[in-house]
Design a protein around this ligand. Structure first.
Ligand code: IPE
Ligand code: IPE
Ligand code: MG
Length: 253
């Protein structure tokens, strides 16, 4: 089963990185497609189209850097407020991406998954997603997770409803509900929590993304718009991450 060739220690060193300092899980809020387009007098949808190039480049670079998981925020539960025309194009681009990138996902040996509610994505998109999930199931490379119609509050609501149902049925008792119980009922069950959150286009907010899971993630925000985000920007974020003193509420080592 092919996987992408990971950078050697010296290739990492030439980028100013060491293996031990790498985040295991990077999650990206890919923002600024519309502003990128507006700055060029192009329609917003052109920004989304160009954003797909950044996705391809960053997926491969993360894979080569030996990142265990990359989660990309593609469509939030609040994005349905946008004009139907923009939503139609976003869903079309998503379907195209899942079809066209399937061969690339297999070449890099990526394990593909999604988080979010299925409603509204359309049967065609869901079918193509399922095909890609199925064919990449036995891969052993980086996990690539797309957050689609994802909202962290929806996720917590779904988890609480499931857990409450189990308590009502007598399968578990209220006192069994702990950190692990909640984590395993989220869409991200089984995934490591993100270590590094990257947000493009400058906004200092998390926009309903992985609220439970990012409790101790490091945040890194760049003013660059997503369509212009490239490998050197990712490396810059990772170098900054490596310099952080992660205390998790304790004291420095
Ligand atoms: C991010 O770019 C993509 C999605 C949210 C789907 P935006 O479309 O939010 O771009 P801006 O923030 O309007 O520039
Ligand atoms: C966050 O971007 C969602 C995605 C990147 C998919 P938004 O553009 O929707 O966030 P807000 O509205 O500026 O908070
Ligand atoms: Mg935005």
């Amino acid at each position: 089963m092919p996987t992408v060739e990971e950078y050697s220690e010296s290739e990492l060193a030439s980028r100013g990185l060491v293996r031990e300092g790498l985040p295991r899980h990077i999650a990206i809020i890919m923002d600024g497609n519309g502003r990128w387009a507006r700055a060029r007098d192009l329609p917003r949808v052109e920004g989304h189209r160009r954003g797909v190039n950044s996705v391809r480049l960053i997926v491969e670079e993360c894979s080569r850097l030996g990142v265990e998981q990359l989660t990309l925020y593609c469509l939030s539960s609040e994005n349905w407020k946008r004009p139907q025309q923009e939503l139609d194009l976003l869903l079309h681009l998503l379907e195209q991406f899942v079809i066209e990138e399937r061969a690339e996902i297999m070449r890099q040996g990526l394990q593909f998954s999604t988080i979010g509610r299925r409603e509204g994505l359309g049967d065609g998109v869901l079918e193509e997603i399922q095909k890609t999930i199925d064919c990449s199931r036995d891969n052993t490379g980086m996990r690539l997770c797309l957050a689609l119609n994802y909202g962290s509050r929806d996720e917590i609501i779904d988890a609480v409803q499931t857990i409450a149902g189990k308590v009502a049925a007598g399968d578990i008792s209220a006192s069994d509900i702990d950190d692990e119980c909640i984590s395993t009922h989220l869409y991200t069950s089984g995934m490591p929590d993100p270590d590094l959150i990257i947000r493009t286009a400058g906004e200092m907010r998390v926009s309903n993304f992985l609220l439970w899971q990012i409790s101790y993630a490091e945040l890194w925000v760049t003013p660059k718009y997503w369509p212009e985000f490239r490998e050197p920007d990712l490396i810059e974020a990772m170098k900054d991450f490596a310099s952080r003193d992660r205390r998790f509420g304790g004291l420095s080592e």
